[in-house]
Design a protein around this ligand. Structure first.
Ligand code: PGA
Length: 256
């Protein structure tokens, strides 16, 4: 069994100086958490700081987005070779805030996934239904997203992909995490789909994101098919993120 994957995106938070302090606090707290795979996704401007402070630790770093081309006339964008050169392991794509603010679609996300894999990094593909709805309808929605995004991915690359199930209604201030039963049903359904011929016959890790905190992380991780957590605002405090990772470690240890 693969280790639980527990990570966070800072979104558009923390300056590089604040990021440096965050990494310095997290590094020793994360060191004993060897049953989990940990990652942080700071803003682009702090990725070099993450490399400086986390190199040689058990916390990987990465980015929150990438352009689908290697280089060229794309003002303000960042390419996969740039991220790979900074030692990034993970690259998040298709977050609902990027879909909302930058018009990203499953088709454009598919192009980014191809690029991330081509440069030897791991894509974290965010999917999720927009409004609160039943398990079957949520599953139907995310299966369609996964089909479009992973359709062009070669079978040999598919197992390297991570899917983040992030119901849009469960993300952000004022929202609450999805019910663990709902999360478990969607994750199990996604795994069944990925293993099926129609879904490409290759399973991937599926992690949950959306208002994860210390209260919700345990019950969600106990669900079958939940391979980890993608924590947002609760993890902007390194101590709190380490506490969530510590809880995952306790749950992961007996799983092995
Ligand atoms: P949140 O963010 O935990 O602040 O809701 C989660 C996410 O967007 O991944």
């Amino acid at each position: 069994m693969r280790p639980l994957l527990v990570g966070t995106s800072f979104k558009m938070n923390l300056t590089s100086s604040e990021g440096a302090r965050y990494f310095d606090v997290l590094r020793p707290l994360a060191a004993p958490l060897t049953s989990c795979e940990l990652f942080v996704l700071p803003p682009f401007t702090s990725i070099w700081v993450a490399r400086e402070r986390l190199q040689g630790s058990n916390v990987a770093w990465g980015a929150q987005d990438v352009h689908a081309e290697d280089a060229g006339a794309h003002t303000g964008d960042i390419s996969a070779p740039m991220l790979a050169d900074l030692g990034c392991t993970f690259v998040e794509v298709g977050h609902s805030e990027r879909r909302r603010d930058h018009g990203e679609t499953d088709e454009s996300v598919a192009g980014k996934v191809h690029q991330i894999l081509r440069h030897g990094m791991t894509p974290i593909v965010c999917v999720g239904e927009r409004t609160m709805e039943g398990r079957d309808s949520a599953l139907h929605h995310v299966m369609a997203q996964v089909r479009t995004v992973l359709g062009p991915v070669a079978a040999s690359d598919r197992s390297r992909v991570v899917i983040a199930y992030e119901p849009v209604w469960a993300i952000g201030t004022g929202a609450t995490a999805a019910d663990p039963g709902h999360v478990g049903a969607v994750h199990s359904g996604l795994h069944d789909f990925l293993r099926s011929r129609a879904g490409g016959s290759v399973d991937t890790r599926v992690i949950y994101g959306g208002s994860v905190d210390l209260q919700t992380s345990g019950p969600i991780l106990e669900q079958g098919g939940v391979d980890g957590l993608f924590v947002g605002r609760a993890a902007l405090d390194a101590l709190y993120f380490a506490a969530i990772a510590g809880q995952a470690q306790e749950i992961a240890a007996p799983r092995r």
